[in-house]
Write a protein that binds this ligand. Sequence first.
Ligand code: ADP
Length: 640
Amino acid sequence: MTVEAHKESHGFQTEAKQLLHLMIHSLYSNKEIFLRELVSNASDAADKLRFEALSKPELLAEDPELRIRIEFDREEGTVTITDNGIGMSRDEVIENLGTIARSGTAAFMQQLTGDQKKDAHLIGQFGVGFYSAFIVADKVDVFTRRAGLDTDQGVHWECHGEAEYSVENVEWPQRGTRVVLHLKDEAKEFADGWRLRSIIKKYSDHIAIPVEMLKEQAPAAEGEEKEGEDKQAPEFEAVNAAQALWTRPRSDIKSEEYKEFYKLISHDFDDPLTWSHNRVEGKLDYTSLLYIPARAPFDLYQRDAARGLKLYVQRTFIMDDAEQFLPLYLRFVKGVLDSNDLPLNVSREILQKDRNTDAIKSALTKRVLDMLDKLAKKDADQYQKFWDLFGNVMKEGPAEDFANKDKVAKLLRFSTTHTDEPKQDQSLEDYVGRMQDGQKAIYYVCADNFATAKSSPYLEVFRKKGIEVLLLTDQVDEWFVGHMHEFDGKPFQDVAKGALDLGEAETDEDKAEREKVEKESGALVERVKEVLEGRVEDVRATTRLVDSPACLVVSEQDMGPQMRRILEQAGQALPEAKPIFELNPSHPLVQRLDQEADEDRFADLTNILMDQANLAAGNQLADPADYVRRLNTLLLELNA
Ligand code: ADP
């Protein structure tokens, strides 16, 4: 049968082209990772073949020993990586090597700045892969044949860098993939046996199949001719340990090995923050190796982004991104689960129904939470790093995972009125430890940012009394506090909601003052009510303010402004909720207002106070020009 070569050229998908460009021009600081990435792909290909062979054993039959071979040619300046894994069909080659299928990639690529340093950092969130070949090569040939296809169904993919690539069918005798890297001049150093061996040892020691290189021949002494040397077939030997890392006892594994294994499975440049490796025997029988990354992926907030663990059953790879074993709020965890309980033919559908899945999920969830708790206790700096990266995701925990609400709550970190910088580094336990005698609630204020929160008028009385308040500045905060309800038996209380209630932190003096203020301001409150009729739910005098004349509060049963904004952005029609206008009768402006006999002037002043209260709460004015006009009229009177 003749091979229809059918050679054709293709342009790369835009995003693939951008990624390629970056690989070629920006990632020069750690060139050697190209080998880790290509070996990792080869190892995945072997895993996939073994998995398909579970139902189609004939795929493996002709060549059952899965392995990866690395060869080099110093004169040609090439490095070649060959696997006998699953291989690719022509369509798969075009799909896999010409496009990037991950959703959100286009948006991610738009963030690239052209600044090499910054972009190299960004790409770490994305994970380098096959294109890392172009860090060291200016031309790449891929020869591949999908397992199960005939020898004339081989494919040759060829690419000289950014512009385009070509594919053609070729006769290809063996199953699997061969990647030939034609090294750039400045990367010729990699065509070296010693160098390659040391890179393999460093990055790929613990992939489960052998990574082989030609045995190094001792140079023959002069005049000494080795017998039959020319006829000897080249002999390969394994360079790596070829034992899956997680199957070894914990005590035998060095930190460095754990770190390299993480990079192998995650395609991350950086070390993980921490990890936890456990063998569980008994009712359930599995091994897990879970990592907390030191970098957030670009698609952390994309609903359909790939997440989850690499699933093995009895050391056979089953699938990537098995998301059934961890809750969504722990989606940043990377790692491996090797189960002895699940069936080898397990699919995503079966996983969903298997009762072992839930049991393992709940055990792994606890494992991750404990690992984080340990990190927090052992290394506050590292924990802070974790929180800054994944804190917002952790806040989804109380809503998603009611059973572990208290464990999650202990891991949360906040800015409070006790913090000077916009840093979330105070735990709820810290807060509770500093609560005042008689203080019953954990107080919080929501605002768009730290500065607004910190200077919020609602905090004035709390500051005066030395009561700490949590400053919540993330969009999810109000929503998540709504699910927390309480911590350590203490309810959460929004300081901008409902009437001021300091509980028993209110002294007899405070109480007397409050009652006096309420009584004496009766008439003023009534006048203000008339002016603001229709715009507010109610008007009342307050002792919550010290330096501010007035503020707006939301009534107890209404949702706060943050929550409102989230729902409005999501397109929900919400019933109108009017705020309560609170006046501080001890403020000179309010006293001045009280004495104003002219009703028009009184209305002007009232409206200004109302608008200012809105501004201080971080709201937008319905009629800013009106506010400016009133204020300017007053300013002019200053000169008169
Ligand atoms: P990733 O591995 O993250 O999916 P890569 O860019 O490294 O991304 O590879 C893209 C795809 O190309 C892989 O998902 C795989 O389907 C295919 N591929 C890469 N290398 C090989 C190989 N050696 N054998 C078979 N398929 C491969």
